[in-house]
Design a binder for this molecule. Structure first.
Ligand code: GUN
Length: 284
């Protein structure tokens, strides 16, 4: 029988733990502060940022949802980030992507102070992830959430063959580093990969996040593989679906994440966890 990895339940547990840490910080006079910056009116981004700010409020954070028009200039956006960098009540800053064309995304990411970079996108933090030298640093929330899920379900990664489909800066690349740091053998597949079938068939753990509904089928994977679905798509009826043909793959996999209720809730819970990490680290 396939095991369903319940991200919703795990996220609730993680949030309970985070709430406890918030209470401990408040006893010392510290309130974790999260600033979410939304540029423009992308419908998905509006929902995501509202959910992030709401969850932060629920956990007792100070939360700011800063909305800026899609016509905002680069200078105006960077000035806002610098203000948040200088605000001692704010421990985590997140600028929701995608950003409009006039904005240089790298400049935005590099302007966020590495100590407040709750997304873990700043090159300083990406470098620390690769250095893996025991220092504290924030990591992209979705990959960190995936690692938490595997750990909580006691699915070991050390020595395992892991295939990650998709090499995005938000998911694939940081997940590769996290997996390597935990002694997995990692293969990255992307649109130009040859022999993708071969690597997939040998993988103990498959992570897919490319934004294509029903991309992964039972015939693609090894018997008993663990399948993590990072995809978020809408089907013809408007339902939320992942990149994995869930029913088909469930007949072969040993464990699988559903969409919705899998990786998604873990991402927001990890964002909250990481805001509290940053608040704790800044007060050490
Ligand atoms: N857009 C989609 N996912 C993310 C994320 O994790 N962080 C930011 N900043 N923007 C996103």
């Amino acid at each position: 029988m396939v095991k369903i990895l319940n991200g919703k339940k795990l996220a609730q547990q993680l949030n309970e733990h985070t709430a406890q840490r918030v209470a401990n910080l408040k006893a010392k006079g510290i309130v974790p502060g999260l600033a979410v910056v939304l540029v423009g009116e992308d419908p998905a981004s509006m929902i995501y940022t509202r959910n992030k700010a709401r969850q932060a409020d629920k956990l007792g954070f100070k939360s700011i949802l800063k909305k800026m028009p899609s016509t905002v200039t680069q200078d105006e956006l960077l000035a806002t980030i610098r203000q948040l960098n200088a605000d001692p009540c704010i421990h985590g800053i997140l600028v929701q992507e995608p950003l409009p064309d006039q904005i240089n995304q790298s400049a935005v990411i590099e302007t966020i102070s590495p100590e407040k970079d709750v997304d873990g996108f700043n090159p300083i933090n990406v470098g620390k992830l690769y250095a893996n030298d025991g220092r504290h640093f924030p990591v992209a929330c979705t990959p960190r959430g995936v690692m938490t899920m595997l750990e909580q379900y006691q699915i070991p990664v050390a020595g395992k063959d892991v295939v990650i489909i998709g090499r995005s800066r938000l998911v694939g690349k940081p997940l590769q580093a996290l997996m390597i740091n935990q002694n997995a053998t990692v293969t990255m597949l992307h649109h130009a990969s040859t022999d993708a079938e071969y690597y997939l068939k040998h993988a103990d753990i498959v992570v897919v996040g490319i934004g294509k509904a029903n991309f992964l089928h039972a015939s693609d994977i090894k018997n008993g593989a663990v399948v993590i679905d990072v995809g978020i798509n809408r089907d013809e009826q408007g339902h939320l679906v992942g990149d994995v043909d869930f029913d088909d793959v469930s007949s072969v996999a040993s464990a699988i994440t559903p969409v919705p209720g899998g990786v998604g809730p873990m991402t927001i819970a990890t964002l909250m966890q990481q805001t509290v990490d940053l608040a704790e680290w800044s007060n050490q």
